[in-house]
Design a protein around this ligand. Sequence first.
Ligand SMILES: *Cc1c(COP(=O)(O)O)cnc(C)c1O
Length: 223
Amino acid sequence: MSIQQNYEILRKEVPSHVTIIAAVKTRTVNEVERAIDAGVVDVGENYVQEAAKLREALGEKASRVRWHMIGHLQTNKINKALKIFDMIQTVDSIEQAESIHRRAANNQKVIPVLIEINSGGELSKSGLKPEDEPVEHLVRAAAKMKSIRVDGIMTMGPLFENPERMRPYFRKTRNIFQRIRSLGIEGVQFNTLSMGMSDSYRVAIEEGSTMIRVGTLLFGPRY
Ligand SMILES: *Cc1c(COP(=O)(O)O)cnc(C)c1O
């Protein structure tokens, strides 16, 4: 099936309050262009440099969509990332939040961010411990930084063949999300929960996701 058909089917299936991010790592300019033409309005990239190249090649079309940083962001790439992305989904320390805040302030910007949680506690993955306390600590600190806006939480979770096995990790993340939201911290909206990928988006939505990130489902397998 075409990218357009894949997107249309998914958009119909997924509730309208759930944002669909097209995860475009390794995809060609042409593929991304077809996704935008099909109606995709949110694009996710894992690398600053790749996103810069894509935006450049897409020209005017690039500004029709919102760009999400969904990979680990290195400190020396923050300035460039601020020019390219509308949201950074991978903030996982106060130091990093502070670095982004300072640079955004210099550019007279306010950048929306999500806190990344390592819900499976995997050594290979970045993100905060999946517990209330460290997340609350970071959100309270970030709430005072006027050039970032903390909108919610993002998680990858461990990958399993069977998406049902991801449910406990999504549920744990959702519980942390709701707990933090219920605190009503000043300056914090906390209405975005980014979780679920091609194999797991259904389970993630059942567990409260408001934003899914899909690559394979739209574009086919990565080689
Ligand atoms: C690649 C990627 C996705 C999408 O993965 P698929 O399995 O292709 O849907 C989602 N989120 C992040 C952070 C990714 O790196």
